[in-house]
Design a protein around this ligand. Structure first.
Ligand code: NDP
Length: 448
């Protein structure tokens, strides 16, 4: 049977065995379709069933999370941890708290994480977890009680050499603090390296908070440099206004670009003077308010309710930093027609397959999240390194390390794409480079 037929058979088995998990199917397709040249060149990957093995999580944990709200009513949520692949290191990947969370979403994120973590060049495997709990509108005490109940089950599955969770949507410094406190209490161990994204007083690392957003802008800067261009004077749009978006905006401004729009799930704001980051940080990090409040502090700005920013606000640089499938084919075509030159994905899988096709066929720079947002997990691995050495590095040194990692990932993507006959294609480069290291290690470990 030819390679394509064998791959099609594998994909249809995966679709059947993981029925209804559309985001997981999408993530698998994106990887498998783009690594075809590697499957042809290295027949052992198909012969030893590496594809089938890498698409099946090593372990999936689903658990009940009961907790009591401020009115004394009992609430029941569902918790997940998918320990996807530990070939090259302990499972590593964030926790997402959002009402949309289900097994398919956690599996898509965990699957992406395997190849992203491999691309960073660090010894970390892939995993992801979370809950359908919605932190929005909850009091600090409710969030604390939920996190304590969540960790009461999760603690038995994780450990600094086993599985190291971090934040993602809905899980920031506050949640990591409560989760760490409960882990420490249950395990009776001060095991700083069991979680990353910690506060600076208890093992957190400088630059971890900024790392994903900064990293995706460093990656954009490298793509522009490869074309003899820079961010200086470029007009940018960043979606979202959470952790990744905030620090993407900051780094674009530091490198001379101007971000004129950002968003949250209620709509988007446009400020032609450039987004005032202090206002966004106050609203989102301190007051936990909606982005619409921005116009109260900046009356020259406008808020557009209930709309997605993509395709509506022309820009040269696009950094989707909110969530999966936030850009569809139609929006992508409008972005290209409006002069978009570059897309750097801070979020995981924010462009759907039609959007990716639109960006690639227009020949604009397109960096998939797996490469562009890998700075977050890479800096988490630096946090683990500092925890293991009971050390803490300066901001400048940590930022230099992050920048170098992003430069290396960029170069790896380009050289791998070239080697496999797809010059300039960052999707092919990222997927093949990430996959090969994991696949070769799985072969070295034997059939386990
Ligand atoms: P946050 O929770 O800090 O922020 C998420 C932002 O995206 C918020 O502004 C939120 O708006 C918006 N958003 C979320 N869901 C939707 C939706 N369905 N429609 C519209 N807007 C939405 O999360 P992060 O910034 O940490 O994560 C953002 C993305 O980056 C995710 O895809 C995540 O997987 C990815 N990522 C994060 C990393 C990290 O280090 N944190 C590392 C690598 C990737 P609202 O508040 O209204 O919901």
């Amino acid at each position: 049977m030819g390679v394509q037929k064998r791959v099609d058979a594998i994909l249809s088995t995966i679709a059947r065995r993981n029925a209804g998990e559309s985001e997981f199917h999408q993530a698998v397709h994106e990887v498998v379709d783009s690594i075809a040249p590697a499957l042809v060149k290295h027949p052992e990957y198909l012969d030893l069933k590496i594809l089938e093995r890498v698409c099946e999580p090593e372990r999936q944990i689903i658990f009940r999370v009961p907790w009591e709200d401020d009115r004394g009513e009992i609430q029941v949520n569902r918790g997940f941890r998918v320990e996807f692949n530990s070939a090259i290191g302990p499972y590593k990947g964030g926790l997402r708290f959002h009402p949309s969370v289900n097994l398919g979403i956690i599996k898509f994120l965990g699957f992406e994480q395997i190849f992203k973590n491999s691309l960073t060049g660090q010894a970390i495997g892939g995993g992801k977890g979370g809950s359908d709990f919605d932190p929005k509108g909850k009091s600090d005490r409710e969030v604390m009680r939920f996190c304590q109940s969540f960790m009461t089950e999760l603690f038995r599955h994780i450990g600094e050499q086993t599985d190291v969770p971090a934040g993602d949507i809905g899980v920031g410094g506050r949640e990591i603090g409560y989760l760490f406190g409960q882990y420490k209490r249950l395990a009776n161990r001060y095991e700083a390296g069991v979680l990353t994204g910690k506060g600076l007083t208890y093992g957190g690392a400088l630059v971890r908070t900024e790392a994903t957003g900064y990293g995706c802008v460093f990656f954009a800067d490298e793509m522009l440099k490869a074309k003899g261009d820079t961010l200086e004077g470029k007009r940018a749009v960043v979606s979202g206004s959470g952790n990744v978006a905030i620090y993407a905006i900051q780094k674009i401004h530091q490198l001379g670009g101007k971000v004129i729009a950002c968003s949250d799930s209620s709509g988007y704001i446009v400020d032609e003077n450039g987004i005032n980051l202090e206002t966004v940080k106050r609203l989102k990090e301190v007051e936990r308010k909606r982005i619409s409040e921005y116009v109260t502090a900046h009356p020259g700005a406008t808020f557009v309710a209930g709309r997605n920013v993509w395709g509506e606000v022309p820009c040269q640089i696009a950094a989707p930093c909110a969530t999966q499938n936030e850009i569809n084919g139609e929006q992508a075509a409008k972005m290209v027609a409006n002069g978009c030159l570059l897309v750097t994905e801070g979020a995981n899988m924010p462009s759907n397959p039609e959007a990716i096709e639109a960006f690639q066929s227009a020949g604009i720079c397109y960096a998939p999240g797996k490469a562009a947002n890998a700075g977050g997990v890479a800096t988490s691995a630096l946090e683990m390194q500092q925890n293991a050495a009971r050390d803490s590095w300066t901001f400048d040194y940590s930022e230099q390390r992050l920048k170098q990692i992003m430069v290396n990932i960029h170069n790896t993507c380009l050289t791998t794409a070239e080697e496999y006959g797809a010059p300039g294609n960052y999707v092919v480069g990222a997927n093949i480079a990430g996959f090969r290291k994991v696949a070769d290690t799985m072969i070295a470990h034997g059939l386990i």
